[in-house]
Ligand binder design. Sequence first.
Ligand code: SAH
Ligand code: SF4
Ligand code: F3S
Length: 469
Amino acid sequence: MAGTFDISLDSLAGRSVALQNVTSSDSPTASHPDGATFFLETFGCQMNDHDSEKVAGVLLSRGYRQVESPDAASLVLYNTCSIREKAAQKVFSRLGEYRTKQAAGQVIGVLGCVAQQEGEEIFERAPWVSLVCGSASYRKLPELLARIETGNQRVTGLDTDTDETFETPVTRRDNPWRAYLTIIEGCDKACAYCVVPFTRGPERSRASDAVLKEVRELAQLGYSEVQLLGQTVNSYSDPSARRMRFSELLLAVADVPGIRRVRFTTSHPRDFGADIVAAIESQPKLCNHVHLPVQSGSTKVLREMARTYTRAEYLEKVAMLREAKRPIAITTDIIVGFPGETEADFAETLSLLDEVRYDSLFSFKYSPRPNTPSLKMPDAISEEEKSRRLAVLQEKQREIQTARNAELVGETFEILVSGKSRRENQWFGYSTSHRVLNFTSQVNALLGTYVQVHVTGAGPNNLVGEQVI
Ligand code: SAH
Ligand code: SF4
Ligand code: F3S
């Protein structure tokens, strides 16, 4: 995968969540009688990460304690991703590892996109599973858990016909400085290759008042960065009487005292308008970064993908961003080897990279997915050819990033310090444009603070520098 921006909706590595940072508007009320414990592993995008933070909150408020090993848990939950075949396969191999657990009295549950997609089939393939629940039904989780606690063997939540969003009184967030916040769930676009409209249900936006209330609470708890989430975050449509536009909501979130940075992902090019650029220009707290997935540089392929814009229309949006008064980083997602993608189509994707000069990108080989329109499209591209195109694309992007990052040597960036390296006095963090900066500082206790860093060197994937005191 090219690039360093870890904002893609694609990290496939399983992660178990850390045991910290309970954000609560109410105190958790323990209702589970006998010291039950849960282990929760998450695959997939930031929306899944954040759903897991809420699921953990629901469990904590029922009196469960979170543990870091599946062996030690009475309830083992996998929050799954189905975006590409490999991601979905990984879930079944993980479930296979736990087939003996049920006999030992442990309850195994599958959540997320594979749960929604495979539904009750999961019970056939993995009869040791007791709970199957997709994200559009999470509002029912307390009820489903109560049924499991009273000994039900097989419990499902698979409806997608809801206009409700998943609200929780308690959220157990992973990161103490940057808070995820879903403002729109589901997806109404129908990209030909994509499972998300089937796995996450229809688009449902959260009322702007509820969003702003949570942001105020987060600021009071010490979070300085919020990242607004949605599969098509800029298709936000305020269901409340205020009818706030997405760009107005961005500005209102940035106005909350204590908030220093606001990010949002992922933007769909079709709904990306000049008002969003104007908001970023006028409010420095709105980060200098837009993730604007293009998928292909060929208008013909874009039409086959049902992306609803042409290459020229996409480039108009890029031009709007490039003309802004502040430099705004642009990152993207690209699929190579979509059915029928010719060498000439692929060459158009490569020329788009030259034209836009993305700050970073995530690139994927097309993966045929169940129920999607592109599954039946003719002229499949061989695995070998997909791999070749991916390598060519990534090499070109590497050159672009190397050149772009080299131009930044000598500049100074404000960094939110996010981690410490094993080497002494070495830290890393993110600029507002979401570049990774590794830097040295003699100061202790920098985590979660904002510092100025002078860039002294650059590679394709990161910058290095020194703290300016
Ligand atoms: N809602 C976002 C992202 C969805 S998933 C958007 O519309 O941009 C993240 C990325 O995974 C997509 O942008 C796409 O590049 C990739 N992706 C989705 N389905 C895929 C498939 N079937 N094969 C390969 N890549 C896929
Ligand atoms: Fe999938 Fe397209 Fe929706 Fe993104 S906009 S989640 S790619 S259907
Ligand atoms: Fe996210 Fe994967 Fe579902 S990318 S929306 S968890 S299919």
